[in-house]
Design a protein around this ligand. Sequence first.
Ligand code: ATP
Length: 353
Amino acid sequence: MSIEIRQLQKHFGAFTALHGIDMAIEDGELIALLGPSGCGKTTLLRLIAGLETPDAGSIHLHGHDVTRLDARHRGVGFVFQHYALFRQMTVFENIAFGLRVRPPSSRPAEAALRAQVERFLDLVQLGALAQRYPDQLSGGQRQRVALARALIIEPKVLLLDEPFGALDAQVRRRLRRWLRHLHDELHVTTVLVTHDQDEALDVADRIVLIHQGQIEQVGSPQQLQDHPKNLFVSRFLGEINHLPARLCDGQLLLGNARWLAPEGSLLADGAVAVGVRPYDWQCGDQPGPDRLPATVTDARWLGGRYRVELDPDIVGGSPITAEWLPAQLPNHEPVSGDRLHLKPNRLALFAQG
Ligand code: ATP
């Protein structure tokens, strides 16, 4: 186990930022701490780093209790959203910094140090820019320098707080793929804080979804997307339609439609919410007992697929959004006023809330 957190609590005055967090991260995992603004992601990361002290609970890194250990002795590297590089130093010297400030007994000789910096320059693909200064770099290049600077001290754990948050969407996407490759190459345990679900889904082995200082769910991106534990998780992990239904003897009743409830549901009979992702609707032009009739109110061609808004025949039901490839549609392109008959390929079931 690389990081083990037990019953961690943090208060700021009367406000509780973290309510007893338990979490275990394996060696070499890339974990994303995901959640809405103010949920406690950064606080948790800062506690792991040793930049904050918890009010209760403990933090173990590689089996050692580091709860009271100073940040400098935890063997962690961090990169923040606005990680100020040393402006008066070249890229090369910025990266070399962590080695130069080591005590003489563990500091490498100059030739070895230079070789090590060259290796990390290559790793972050900045070899050609070694003699530039930070203000001669793009935002993405600066963050790569910050990563190399954090990694050169060979941390056991790498902590990243929205490292690409200040960059534009395209650079962000490129850098996060690159980060994933770097992580795989170096095999360092990485904890990434992000509020961007696409980023978390794209790079993480597992996502820890936090809400109001508590963990809502931990799992692989697919587990969280396909088996969200509650309405909050299902909403946070991408667009989803929530429909009111009644659960009765293993069947779900929505208007006149009846669908089979997923097996293993622990919910009692009565009012429930059904969640269906826009891409999980089957579309037909014929009614049937398992078909929910709905009227198209808007249809747009998004290049490659249609995005369709529909009004279902359910009292009190809110509009439904569906996305279909042309081949998934009966006969013709959808237009406002069409009557379609829907059935979910997959659904999630929640207590109504
Ligand atoms: P964001 O995505 O907006 O950065 P976050 O999930 O990282 O949010 P935190 O920075 O961990 O959130 O903050 C969690 C809560 O604790 C917030 O309500 C914040 O206002 C509060 N908080 C954080 N640091 C302090 C502090 N030093 N003093 C008082 N309250 C704080």
